[in-house]
Design a protein around this ligand. Sequence first.
Ligand SMILES: C[S@@+](CC[C@H](N)C(=O)[O-])C[C@H]1O[C@@H](n2cnc3c(N)ncnc32)[C@H](O)[C@@H]1O
Length: 376
Amino acid sequence: MNCKHFGSCGSCGLYEIGYEEQLKQKEERVSGLLAPFYQGDLEVFDSPNDHYRARAEFRIWHEGDRCDYAMGKMQRDGVKNKGAINIEECPKVIKPIEKRMWKLLEKINASTAVLKQRLFAVEFLATTTDECLVTMLYHRKLDDIWSAEAKELEAELNCKIMGRSRKQKVILSDEFVTEKLEIDGKTFSYVQYESGFTQPNPTVNVKMIEWAIKQAKTVGGGDFLESYCGLGNFTLPLSHYFDKVLATEISKRSIHAALENCALNSIENITFARLASEEMTEALNGAREFSRLKEIDLESYNFSTVLVDPPRAGLDEGTIELISKIENIIYISCNPETLARDLETLVQTHDVVEAAMFDQFPHTEHVESGVFLQKK
Ligand SMILES: C[S@@+](CC[C@H](N)C(=O)[O-])C[C@H]1O[C@@H](n2cnc3c(N)ncnc32)[C@H](O)[C@@H]1O
């Protein structure tokens, strides 16, 4: 990928080396961190080099009567460089965003003050099937005149538009998009809400789910436990390989989406529960009762496999202790440092039998990885 803003825009930090070299450096970093626990091959899953991000957020910079997209400036030598630069291209966003974002800016600039006034950011959430949800964020109250102009924009750009300002959310058509992904020969539909977590790179996401399926296929049944399940990204495709599934997640919005996604894909063996991982541990250890779980017979589960996909902080001690009792563990991580920290405990009971790296975030230092552990 080439971008005229490399070196000044803070969003892509790795731009001086080519994509192959970036991958190699990430592979070395992940292999190095996993080396004390795993000496086998690290499978590497690359990303498209450009047009890979299905969500993006731009600030709006006002100069006189004109609006432009802006991004935070690059930090240099660890020194926080305040300020923003105007963005004239962003080749990392997927085509359904790219084809709309410049037309949107043109329309905003050509419009009356209604769309422009105190607009401070625009967010895009798109799908590989060309749906796009645009959220326009304002420092002012939105009224019916705004809704009428934004509605015209929706039609012109063939997208969905939402407006947000303090304590206000204006949904003109929907607050979600529906992604369709081909995973291991099957099609899955996922409703993705504007405010819920979604994996940013759909191509790599599919590779990641298929890698997890490959591990699930070797397990051969039993029940499946998942924590940090989000909108059911892994849960739905993996459910086919297990008898019963219990999947938990802290966010109300994501659990709502997960339930919708389960129905949308006619899957009947999953129970979703809104629980923080710490609460899931308390519930499964019988240490605390939750009214949210009163319809669920926790005793009826016999988990052969658990999948965890925590945020960057990694797993809490209680969750590590709980999953240590389960035969097979699939650990997906967006932070190889906390993964390595958690493996120090997990390898006391389990062996790492497979490891992979998924380049969800090209042109940045971030890297996603996965390990499959089996009880010793
Ligand atoms: C990296 S995302 C993964 C989501 C999902 N597995 C996916 O692939 O889309 C982490 C998820 O953990 C949830 N989360 C954050 N802290 C949590 C906690 N303490 N307990 C349970 N879920 C949590 C977030 O809401 C988010 O959905």
